[in-house]
Design a protein around this ligand. Structure first.
Ligand SMILES: O=C(O)CCC(=O)C(=O)O
Length: 320
């Protein structure tokens, strides 16, 4: 295994064959019908190199500069290297680590304050993709999640789950999962249970890992698709598709990624999707921004707000 540093362009060195690799839909980017048909068949869409690699690496650099502020990165690497000082990180008490993120609440808030983190989801290529897919105006949820998955002892991989119980609103809300750097399977990328959106809402059980709940899969539901991600790749799926993180085999390296949500503007949205994903106010997030154009941008739209349904996060038994 070579060093999984993500500042190189070497791609994956994972030797294990992928039996069910994501289908690349780059050739369908401008064909709404074909995109929808593929999404209906597979429950996800994958785009190889949709985003400029350099722009992803610039964002990675911004995230890592926050990590540096806390002294958790091993010295002697370039600005893109993700090797962590695990001994130092493990000195952070368990209760200070956000186990859905991978670092402390304080560091997560610092990332939430990055203008680049909130600007990236509005990338022309992402908005064009969802416009094509929805054939409608696109609402970019302002609530973005930064995953900074580290080898801190409290961290476990994100369990299989649907986003719908946690996001609610329209089931036509799509997650874009974007690795900030190359992310071979051994670094713990995302895996999708093919066509699982067709199952509808799947009952949940309590679980360790991000979100704290897992979708209950039946023994024959094993059609997991995956890939060795490279910087610039985009995986996207609707909120009923079951997905999970693969186990990171290189715990000394940080795995950086973003979850961004998009939906048609005309469909209902649950109000928490319009709040930050941390205990922090928008004004605080905006405090060091240079440009104003993206501040409270969603308030210009007349959105239909949906009621929160607490029952969707109540554990119940699934009969297989
Ligand atoms: O990156 C992860 O580990 C989890 C991501 C996820 O669950 C999501 O994007 O909805």
């Amino acid at each position: 295994m070579t060093n999984p540093l993500v500042s190189t362009n070497e791609g994956s060195d994972d030797s294990c064959e992928i039996s069910n690799r994501f289908t690349d839909s780059m050739d369908l980017l401008h064909d709404s019908e074909a995109l929808r048909q593929r999404a209906q068949e597979d429950g996800y869409l994958f785009f190889k190199g949709l985003l400029p690699r350099q722009e992803i690496l610039d964002l990675r650099k911004d995230f890592l500069s926050v990590v540096d502020r806390y002294g958790w990165r091993k010295p002697g690497q370039d600005a893109l290297g993700g090797e962590m000082d695990l001994d130092l990180l493990n000195m952070v008490p368990d209760e200070q680590i956000r186990s859905d993120i991978g670092v402390s609440e304080a560091a997560y808030k610092d990332v939430q304050k990055l203008e680049s983190f909130h600007r990236f989801p509005h990338h022309d290529r992402l908005k064009a993709l969802y416009k094509e897919l929805f054939q409608d105006e696109v609402l970019v949820h302002p609530r973005h999640i930064a995953r900074m998955v580290t080898g801190h002892r409290v961290m476990v991989p994100t369990p299989p789950h649907q986003d719908f119980p946690a996001i609610q609103g329209s089931t036509n809300t799509w997650t874009a999962w974007i690795p900030l750097g190359d992310c071979p399977r051994s670094m713990g990328g995302l895996s999708v249970l093919r066509s699982s959106d067709r199952l509808g809402y799947v009952p949940i059980t309590l679980s360790k890992g991000a979100g704290g709940v897992a979708a209950q899969t039946c023994p024959w539901e094993t059609d997991w698709a995956e890939t060795d991600f490279e910087a610039g790749d985009v995986l996207t799926f609707p909120s009923l598709t079951i997905h999970k993180a693969l186990r990171c085999q290189h715990r000394q390296f940080i795995r950086l990624s973003m979850d961004i949500r998009y939906q048609p503007k005309s469909e209902p949205v649950e109000i928490k999707s319009l709040y930050p994903h941390a205990d922090i106010e928008w004004d605080d997030i905006y405090s060091n921004w240079v440009d104003d154009d993206l501040k409270y941008y969603w308030e210009k739209d007349s959105l239909t707000l949906d009621e929160w349904n607490p029952n969707l996060l109540q554990p119940s038994r699934r009969i297989c």
